[in-house]
Design a protein around this ligand. Sequence first.
Ligand SMILES: Nc1nc2c(c(=O)[nH]1)N[C@H]1C(S)=C(S)[C@@H](COP(=O)(O)OP(=O)(O)OC[C@H]3O[C@@H](n4cnc5c(=O)[nH]c(N)nc54)[C@H](O)[C@@H]3O)O[C@H]1N2
Ligand SMILES: Nc1nc2c(c(=O)[nH]1)N[C@H]1C(S)=C(S)[C@@H](COP(=O)(O)OP(=O)(O)OC[C@H]3O[C@@H](n4cnc5c(=O)[nH]c(N)nc54)[C@H](O)[C@@H]3O)O[C@H]1N2
Ligand code: SF4
Ligand SMILES: [Mo]
Length: 709
Amino acid sequence: MRRELTTVKAVCPHDCPDTCGMVVGVDATGWAVELRGDKDHPFTHGFLCQKVANYLDRVYHPDRLLHPLKRVGKKGSGKFERISWEAAIREITDRFKAVAASEDGPQAILPYSYAGTMGKLMYGSLDQRFFHRLGASLLDRTICATAGAAGCDVTLGTRAMTDPEAAVNSRYIVNWGSNTAVTNTHFWRIEHEARKRGARIVTIDPYKSPTAAKSDWWIPIRPGTDAALALGVMHIIWREGWQDDAYLNDHCVGVKELRERVMTEYPVAKVSHITGLSISEIEQFAREYALADELFGGPALIRLNYGLQRHGGGGTAVRTVVCLPALTGDWRHAGAGALLSTSKAYSFDDNYLTRPDLIPKGTRTVNMIHLAEALHGELPGPPVKALYVYNSNPAAVNPDQSRVLSGLAREDLFTVVHDQFQTDTADYADIVLPATSQLEHFDIHNSYGHLYVQANNQAIAPLGESKPNTEVFRLLARAMGFEAELFDTSDEELAKGSLGDSTSRSRDPKGSDSAMAGITLEATKAGPVRLNLPRNWAPFAEGKFPTPSGKCELYSEREKRAGRDPLPHYAPPHEDPQTKPELAARYPLQLLTPPAPQFLNSTFANLDHARKGAGERTLEISPTDAAKRGIADGAMVSVFNGRGRFRARAIVGDSVKPGVVVSLGLWWRKWTDDGANCNTTTSTAATDLGGGATFFDNLVEVTPASRAT
Ligand SMILES: Nc1nc2c(c(=O)[nH]1)N[C@H]1C(S)=C(S)[C@@H](COP(=O)(O)OP(=O)(O)OC[C@H]3O[C@@H](n4cnc5c(=O)[nH]c(N)nc54)[C@H](O)[C@@H]3O)O[C@H]1N2
Ligand SMILES: Nc1nc2c(c(=O)[nH]1)N[C@H]1C(S)=C(S)[C@@H](COP(=O)(O)OP(=O)(O)OC[C@H]3O[C@@H](n4cnc5c(=O)[nH]c(N)nc54)[C@H](O)[C@@H]3O)O[C@H]1N2
Ligand code: SF4
Ligand SMILES: [Mo]
């Protein structure tokens, strides 16, 4: 007999553009027994990806942290004993008070968080209020998206966006540095719907990713050279007269300057040399892209993602690629043009949630990708004496892993880690705090891949003594003696305030900005609510770019004033064999380390079924490069550079061209035989715009493991 279940509407919290609607079935004892996709969700249509389909295994996993812990062994040894919440809060606040009162002051305390959950409340609300009130160092959250955000901003004044649901009407879809089939599966479904109606799907990626393999055409560009390809395409468009002069004249600035730049500086032969693509591939791509309407019966869309951003020139690459839809006039059509992120379509009141007005003047900002430098006292300002980590696993995800670990191992560093599991980072903590999962707390979500707002209703009671992020910061604030009116606000009140339904809001998001108009908390608790935007939303159909000029800025005065090139251009990777031959002589291969489909960055890598699905750590290498090094298919290899090394099993095949190798991540070191993951080799050098991470800008050498030293 089927038990009576209460159904609760929830939202997948993971860092993924899809932001799926979920339905949780809870039995009479308060146990979640079912979790499925919400069929009524207009974008995610009731299916969940393979990572979350068995989500209850994660929620009820025997390894869930259920009590606060205090370190008893050496740092990193993972030896802890149980303590009470009261004792944990006292230890943390005693330590914070002592550091704040010392000559180094509160800036010697560094919060470190990213997107373990994308919920507005758990991602950034009372946590940031607390650190702002404390006067701790600020954290620049650059590890993922800031290069592209900054690049888009230069050209468009906001992110590249269009109505994702309308992309079924596009007839030429370019996955540009995007493994859409894996990282954005519900949009991949839309691409296929478009394909049934005649669309051609193309993927630009140095790696034959699952997306590239399933596309109509894989364009295997050399890593970090996307700007050059885009400039070459512009050259061909203007040479052939395929440009949309009306759109360019009415809605763009700098047409003449950009045309001059690409006609003189980016001839196709030069672009071919830089990108490693043949002249005929470049000519064919430019023709198909520019003439999509004629050849395939509709407009073109570039589904731009993160792969091309993770290189030294990643910001400018995005700035350059998002100029293309202005040349073709594709911005005129809904679901066409370019799509990076829809996050800017929302107008949540983040200032109300995080209260930046509380930040003491002159507080320093630490770029999170420089955690290694911060922990080794190499940044301006006071040394970092206390670190508070939540929503993140920096020991696995941060670049320059060996130095992150040696920093975390400092005996004089006081580290708190709040997580659902004993991660590699938690092994280095002094105090570990147990976090609730999405089923055990309330939250409210925007999305960066669709246009719906939805609340996540709490389905079950917190497991063990786990607590949501917001609750921990209420306790910490109380123990620090901070103002009750700043912290004694319930999660639902916070959510209301973020929607503008609060007397304490910092502004009215419903007034001048109509996208959130009419959206109430009650409505979002019942299910997804579409932003108040027209169906078939095409934000730049009539120009109206939120740039200083109000136009699409092919030429940027702002960039000029900042002392940078005002025009799109190709900036080579920091570690490029063409421009750094001396480095490439020692480390000749460009290593890409995107996540394995079964993992979400390092999340899920501790679950047996995910690890089983991912298999072993692998290194995909071309037959040419393998033969040169005496590497047979299936052999163990050592992958290394001046920063570090890790082991992997070689897959010799055609998924990469000579000169490129791929190792899918992101493993926890405790599940590896050499205690390292791919981030031992990655560098902390930043992107040209936005201070972003350059994970894929990474020269290495590979040798058979037996010969490695
Ligand atoms: N299953 C799964 N889904 C995820 C995630 C996950 O870890 N697992 N992560 C989520 C997060 S946090 C993010 S940010 C997104 C990321 O979403 P995507 O950007 O789609 O994912 P990546 O795999 O990082 O990179 C995409 C592709 O870019 C390619 N690439 C690398 N360098 C270059 C280059 O120079 N030029 C071009 N054209 N391509 C390049 C890589 O080979 C890779 O196949 O996915 C989200 N979704
Ligand atoms: N080499 C290489 N490195 C990469 C990448 C890559 O492609 N290659 N990808 C990069 C990208 S795109 C990103 S976005 C970053 C991601 O970096 P992170 O945001 O650190 O991502 P995760 O590895 O998913 O770790 C998130 C952690 O948050 C915890 N968590 C989840 N929910 C909660 C909660 O409610 N409260 C608390 N306190 N904790 C919670 C999870 O259990 C998990 O341990 O990694 C980057 N690192
Ligand atoms: S990780 Fe992404 S695709 Fe998977 S269930 Fe969550 S939102 Fe949906
Ligand atoms: Mo990310």
